[in-house]
Design a protein around this ligand. Structure first.
Ligand code: FAD
Length: 369
C-alpha cells in the first residue's frame, strides 16, 4: 500500500515538495497545475523571480531559509545543470531608510543579522566602498538561480522519481482527489493527501479562499549586460513600492534589474515609466553595467511583471482536515522568498505528511527506504 499524494501547483513550492515527497517509497506523487515550467503568466510567480538568496525572515522564523541555503549551495557545487551559481551580494543602506515608520523590515538590512553565521564571507563594508548616497553596507556570499533552467531541472528530478504531471485547473481543493493515481486504483492507497501549493491561487481556490493573500507586484527588466557583484539598496527616492536590486543569472540567463514591491497591484502590463526608473536607478548605482553609457548602454531582452504570493499573516505551512476528512497540507504565501525558503518549507511538508500517516496508524519506522 502506498500513500497517494496530489500536489496542486507546479511553481517552486509545489515542485520542491513533490521532489522531497517522491524520495520515499511510501508515496506516489502526482502534480497537477494550471501553469507548468515553460509558461509565462502574471499569476505564475516562479518564472519571474531573480532569483537570489537575500534573507527576509526574522531570526525567529528563519528555519525555512537556514534549511534551504545548504541544499542550494550543494547544488551550485555538485549539480551545475541545476542552473545556480554563487554570486557576491552587496547591500547598501541609507540612514534615512533605516529610521522612522518606513524603515525596511527585511533583516537583510540589519547591522548584526542572524544570517551572518549562515551565509559565508559576511562583512560590513567600510564607508569608502559605499556608492554615492549610501551611508553603510555589507557584503556576503549569496547565489543566483536561472529560474527557467532550475524549474525544468526540478521537473526532471521529479520524473526520475516517478512523479506524474498533469495540466488541470481546479475550482475547489477537494477536486484534486480526482487525480488519484490509476496505478493505485487496484490496491487502494493507504491515505490520499493533497498538497496545496497554489501560491496566489489560494486567494480564490474553493475550500481555501485565504483573504490574507494579495499580489505583491514586481516589475523587472531583463538585460544582456553583465554585473558582478549583485546589488540591493534599502530604499529609493521614487516611492515606497519602488526598490533597487540587480543580479546576474548563471548560464547566459541575463541580468535582472528590479524593481517594485507593490502590494495589491494586479497589473500584468509593464509600466514604461517604471521601467525607465528601474534602469536609471541601477545605472546610477553601478554605471559599469552599461559601460558608462547610461541606460542607452543597456541591451534589453524583455520588460516583465510578476505577482509575488504575499500573505499578510506570513507563510502558511500547516496540515488541515477538511469537513469530509480529506487531509490537505498547505505550502503557500511565500511572497518574495519562495526559492530561498523552498527546501525548508518542503521539508516541513514531508514532516506534516508523516504526522498524518502516523495519525492514520502507519508505522514509519518499519517502511522500506
Ligand atoms: P507559483 O510559482 O505562483 O505557482 C503556483 C502554482 O499553482 C502554478 O503552477 C499555478 O498554475 C498553480 N495554481 C494556482 N491555482 C491553481 C488552480 N486553481 N488549479 C490548478 N493549479 C493552480 N523569491 C526568491 O526566493 N528570491 C528572489 O530573488 C525572488 N525574486 C522575485 C522577483 C519577482 C519579480 C517576483 C515576482 C518574485 C520573486 N520571488 C523571489 C518570489 C518567488 O518567485 C515566489 O515566492 C515563488 O515563486 C512562489 O512559488 P509558488 O510555487 O508558491 O507559487
Amino acid at each position: 500500500m502506498v500513500n497517494d499524494i496530489i500536489v496542486v501547483g507546479a511553481g517552486v513550492s509545489g515542485l520542491t515538495s513533490a521532489l522531497l515527497l517522491s524520495r520515499s517509497k511510501a508515496n506516489t506523487v502526482t502534480v497537477i497545475a494550471k501553469h507548468m515550467p515553460g509558461d509565462y503568466d502574471i499569476e505564475y510567480a516562479s518564472p519571474w523571480a531573480g532569483a537570489n538568496f537575500l534573507p527576509m525572515a526574522t531570526a525567529k522564523h528563519s528555519r525555512w531559509e537556514r534549511r534551504t541555503w545548504p541544499e542550494l549551495a550543494r547544488l551550485v557545487e555538485q549539480v551545475p545543470e541545476a542552473g545556480i551559481h554563487f554570486q557576491t551580494s552587496r547591500i547598501f543602506r541609507r540612514e534615512k531608510d533605516m529610521q522612522g515608520s518606513s524603515c525596511p523590515t527585511d533583516p537583510m538590512f540589519d547591522r548584526d543579522p542572524w544570517f551572518q553565521s549562515v551565509l559565508p564571507d559576511y562583512k560590513e563594508l567600510d564607508a569608502a566602498a559605499d556608492p554615492r548616497g549610501h551611508d553603510s553596507g555589507c557584503e556576503f556570499k549569496s547565489l543566483c538561480i536561472n529560474t527557467a533552467m532550475y524549474l525544468q531541472w526540478l521537473v526532471g528530478q521529479c520524473l526520475r522519481n516517478g512523479v506524474v504531471f498533469k495540466r488541470a485547473i481546479i475550482s475547489h481543493i477537494k477536486e484534486a482527489r480526482a487525480y488519484k493515481r490509476a496505478d493505485t486504483a487496484a490496491s487502494p492507497p493507504a491515505i490520499t493527501i493533497i498538497i496545496n501549493a497554489t501560491g496566489l491561487g489560494s486567494l480564490k481556490l474553493g475550500g481555501v479562499q485565504d483573504e490574507s493573500m494579495a499580489p505583491a507586484r514586481g516589475q523587472i527588466v531583463l538585460v544582456r549586460n553583465e554585473l558582478h557583484p549583485m546589488h540591493t539598496t534599502s530604499g529609493t527616492d521614487d516611492g515606497t513600492s519602488e526598490i533597487l536590486y540587480a543580479m546576474q543569472r548563471p548560464a547566459g540567463g541575463g541580468t535582472i534589474l528590479g524593481g517594485t514591491y507593490d502590494i495589491g497591484n494586479w497589473e500584468s502590463v509593464p509600466d514604461p515609466n517604471i521601467a525607465l526608473r528601474i534602469m536609471r536607478r541601477v545605472v546610477d548605482l553601478c554605471p559599469e553595467i552599461a559601460g558608462g553609457k547610461g541606460i542607452e548602454g543597456l541591451s534589453v531582452v524583455r520588460h516583465a511583471a510578476g505577482l509575488r504570493p504575499y500573505r499578510k499573516l506570513g507563510v502558511r505551512v500547516e496540515k488541515e482536515a477538511l469537513d469530509d476528512g480529506t487531509w490537505v497540507v498547505h505550502n503557500y504565501g511565500h511572497a518574495g522568498w519562495g526559492y530561498q525558503g523552498s527546501y525548508g518549507c518542503a521539508e516541513a511538508v514531508v514532516e506534516l505528511v508523516n504526522e498524518i500517516r502516523v495519525l492514520n496508524g502507519q508505522d514509519l519506522a518499519s517502511e522500506p527506504k
